[in-house]
Design a protein around this ligand. Structure first.
Ligand code: SF4
Ligand code: SF4
Length: 370
């Protein structure tokens, strides 16, 4: 099975319960306020009068599915496409205290926590943080560049709900260029080997840029088979305004072209993305942005509206949910969203069954059980 049965069943039950009875206060729409200090003016919703009422009902059932928790933004690398280390340069030495991280997990209530950053294995109490989240019966992805895995492995205990998610953007030469340092690929592979040997679940996470050769990604997955890696995530790069190199980012058409043969990969390897999200990447399905499904918490608070764009940091999760003008974001509503197809904005839409087709339930079931 792709994921442990308890994890799949728990997630499905959580989504079902919230679809039936979402918290009413999170469903209200906020009237956007123009902010003259914001150079990226939020455009008024372009949908004609009345169209909002006809939208898919699930768009109005907001609740969190995956919490993106960034306990720190410090990192030992300076990858070319990284928005985080640039956007949060002024607070890069700060860390969220352990108790505050766990309080954010409780406050949000999402059944899945993706611990990211920065490099989370540089967080001094990372072992305690993971243990504390598992104690709360949540599932965890620990996103890492893999360089400190061997050194810090003893701080974790294997658990079917806990995955290391190792960032690999290609085979050795390509990856080391992307992360701007030689030897990183090999260290990450050593980390994967050590973690698998110790009984941990390990996935990989690959960002696809304009220059990415999808044949090389296939070769990477082929190479990783020998280590019995438990799954792979693929995500098209988002063009952060904090990253100057516009050449590496893709338009929606570029993304469709890049992912057109992803089905072949899907058949051969364990891709962790839902079949619906992959259809969206190929251009065969339309999905709206449901950024509230993957809220982000970091040193400045609850980041709104999403993991990528920062228009505000809110003090409480309640404030993020109730004060963000959600309808003003997504493709067609805000120019910054025009080419965004990243999983943290659109995978929740697939999980919620927005724009679902007749065969989707069967596809989801066979994907989860494969
Ligand atoms: S490893 Fe991750 S956090 Fe560190 S620079 Fe690279 S992309 Fe950014
Ligand atoms: S479309 Fe992308 S950038 Fe825009 S709000 Fe959604 S996730 Fe964020």
């Amino acid at each position: 099975m792709r994921f442990p049965l308890s994890m799949t069943a728990g997630m499905a039950t959580y989504v079902f319960k919230n679809k039936i009875r979402p918290r009413p206060e999170w469903q209200k729409d906020v009237v956007p306020q123009f902010d003259p200090s914001n150079p990226f003016r939020v455009l008024p919703n372009r949908l004609p009068e009345g169209v909002a009422k006809q939208r898919h009902p699930m768009i109005k059932k907001r609740f969190p599915i995956v919490l993106m928790l960034e306990p720190l933004h410090a990192c030992n690398l300076t990858c070319t496409g990284c928005g985080r280390i640039r956007e949060y340069e002024s607070t890069i030495t700060q860390r969220i205290p352990l108790e505050e991280c766990l309080a954010a997990v409780d406050e949000c209530g999402a059944p899945m926590v993706s611990i990211c950053g920065g490099e989370p294995t540089m967080y001094p109490q990372i072992g305690e943080l993971v243990a504390g989240i598992l104690d709360r019966n949540k599932n965890i992805y620990l996103c890492t560049n893999g360089m400190f895995m061997v050194k810090r492995l003893h701080e974790f205990k294997p658990d079917r709900r806990f995955f290391f998610n190792v960032h690999l953007d290609g085979l050795e030469k390509t990856h080391d260029i992307a992360v701007e340092r030689e030897g990183v690929f090999q260290e990450a592979i050593e980390g994967i080997k050590a973690a698998k040997k110790a009984g941990f679940m390990v996935c990989t996470n690959t960002t696809v840029y304009k220059e990415t050769d999808m044949k090389e990604i296939e070769a990477l997955f082929e190479y990783l088979l020998q280590f019995e890696v438990d799954g792979h995530q693929l995500s098209p790069a988002y063009g952060y305004s904090a990253v100057n190199d516009r050449e590496i980012f893709m338009t929606r058409d570029d993304i469709h072209e890049k992912f057109k043969d992803v089905d072949l990969m899907f058949k051969r390897f364990h891709l962790n993305q839902t079949p619906m999200y992959l259809e969206f990447l190929k251009g065969n399905r339309d999905l709206p942005c449901t950024a509230w499904g993957n809220p982000t918490y970091n040193i400045k608070g609850w980041k709104g509206p999403c993991y990528l764009i920062t228009d505000a940091h809110y003090k409480t999760f309640e404030d993020l949910m109730t004060q963000t003008p959600w309808d003003n974001y997504g493709h067609g509503n805000d120019p910054r969203c025009e080419h965004c197809m990243v999983h943290c904005g659109y995978e929740p839409s697939a999980a919620l069954g927005i724009n679902a087709k007749l065969a989707d339930s069967f596809k989801m079931l066979s994907w989860a059980l494969s």
